[in-house]
Design a protein. Structure first.
Length: 90
């Protein structure tokens, strides 16, 4: 993702079903996309994270840390929290 213009990558399909439409937000850890979920026929958010250039165990830790907040907050009933439905390494 580093060096990309904001919507570079639009149209790309992730995991065979998430078509990236446009960037919603970008920060130090990655980018949040508006995407179209082709199996469910609806718009979703896709968070692309940048994994550290480090050993595989550090990348696995970063992946787990990225997935936890949405799941934890949604299960706690916190309003406006996103539920994590899928984690994909792409």
């Amino acid at each position: 993702m580093t060096g990309e213009t904001p919507d570079q990558g639009a149209g790309r399909v992730i995991n065979g079903r998430h078509r990236l439409l446009r960037t919603r937000d970008a920060g130090g850890t990655g980018r949040l996309w508006l995407a179209y979920e082709e199996e469910l026929a609806c718009e979703v958010s896709v968070k692309g994270i940048v994994l550290p250039d480090a050993p595989a165990d550090a990348a696995e830790t970063a992946q787990g840390r990225a997935a936890r907040p949405g799941t934890r907050y949604a299960c706690a009933g916190i309003p406006h929290a996103a539920t994590v439905h899928d984690v994909v390494v792409h």
